[in-house]
Design a protein around this ligand. Structure first.
Ligand code: PMP
Length: 351
């Protein structure tokens, strides 16, 4: 790598996203996308936006989408922040924590972008161990810190925290920002957005990539009281003042407003997850209780690396992570019933 750049760049350990192979005859259960895709109304809105004026810059305030999201919670549009995927919303959140005097806390097994962002932006962090059952224990966060970030449900375990625990955490850290990353919350978790009115230190981040089926568009948002959102706007405007493009804005508004599509398809994912969990247990897997659109499971005797390789050779992609307690686990996204049947047939063949 060129010596002209900062030494920090040389020492980065970037987050590596799951592979996106050409989609011929593959059951793609490796990146937690929505197997049903977005609402047809979103596709219609995007087509219409294509034929409108792409010549013009998009609305730098993403007003229509902020208003639609805010209205669902009885909030003001200025209490919503929009970004290019929740990854970007999180990036701006981390940037806003730059040079904090105390470390940022997050679980030792969690979304691996968190330590990556900390290294990139030079933010000190401390990892808090999950308990023996791989759960987040809120009491373990009673320590001095600059801020806290937790996914709920956690990733890649899929285990959700009750909203009462989130509220305890927020109440016990009145001088710290508590960020709750709710990328997977619509599949059985409890959202903390209703608590935003009550707590000035709570920021809740969500995405259109999972329950809204729009991972390809890249759109996510944060909800919080005005001073928190204003800071994120300031960071964003110092970086790129257009949060999302015209097509994304149109598609996301339509997807948000199609409540019926959203409810029907998240229910399908939840039902398939239940069936898959039972079938995996019957094949000898230990399956963690999931509130997400994936399951995290380990076979009682067969190593995770072998299983992943053998599944791959049968055209089934799942995700594995390295790390002391999780290297034998497979993270399996919930696909259609047919995709899950294909996975189960392949496992039956392997085991
Ligand atoms: N948070 C968590 C916990 C995730 O797993 C993901 C998806 N990889 C994201 C945020 C980012 O999702 P997106 O950028 O697609 O909104």
């Amino acid at each position: 790598m060129s010596r002209f750049w900062s030494p920090v760049v040389h020492s980065l350990i970037p987050y590596v996203a799951g592979e996106q192979p050409a989609m011929s005859d593959i059951a793609k259960l490796n990146t937690n996308e929505n197997p049903y895709g977005p609402s047809p109304l979103a596709l219609e809105a995007i087509s219409k936006a294509v034929s409108d004026t792409l010549r013009l810059y998009p609305d730098p305030t993403a007003r229509g989408l902020r208003a639609a999201i805010a209205a669902s919670y009885g909030l003001d549009k200025d209490e919503v922040f929009i970004g290019n995927g929740s990854d970007e919303v999180l990036a701006h959140t981390f940037q806003a924590l730059l040079n904090h005097e105390e470390p940022l806390l997050f679980p030792d097994i969690t979304y691996s972008f968190y330590p990556t962002y900390c290294r990139l932006y030079g933010i000190e962090f401390r990892e808090v161990a999950l308990d023996a059952r791989m759960r987040v224990r809120v009491a373990d966060y009673r320590q001095s810190c600059g801020a806290i970030i937790l996914p709920n449900p956690n990733a890649p375990t899929g285990i959700g925290l009750p909203i009462a625990d989130i509220e305890t955490l927020v109440r016990e850290h009145p001088e710290q920002v508590v960020v709750i990353d709710e990328a997977y919350v619509d599949f059985g978790g409890e959202s903390a957005i209703p608590l935003v009115r009550k707590y000035r230190n709570l920021l809740v981040v969500q995405t259109f990539s999972k329950s809204r089926g729009l991972a390809g568009l890249r759109v996510g948002f944060a909800v919080g009281q005005r001073p928190l959102i204003e800071a994120l706007e300031r960071v964003k405007d110092s970086f790129n003042s257009y949060p999302i493009d015209r097509l994304t804005l149109a598609g996301a508004i339509a997807a948000w407003e199609d409540r019926d599509w959203f409810e029907r398809h998240r229910a399908l994912v939840i039902a398939t997850r239940g069936r898959l969990g039972i079938a995996l247990q019957a094949l000898g897997f230990v399956v963690l209780p999931s509130s997400a659109n994936f399951v995290f499971a380990r076979h009682a005797s067969k190593p995770g690396a072998d299983l992943a390789a053998e599944l791959r050779s049968r055209g089934v992609l799942i995700r594995r992570f390295s790390g002391a307690r999780i290297s034998d686990f497979l993270r399996i996204s919930i696909g259609t019933d047919a995709e899950c049947d294909r996975l189960l047939a392949a496992l039956d063949d392997i085991l």
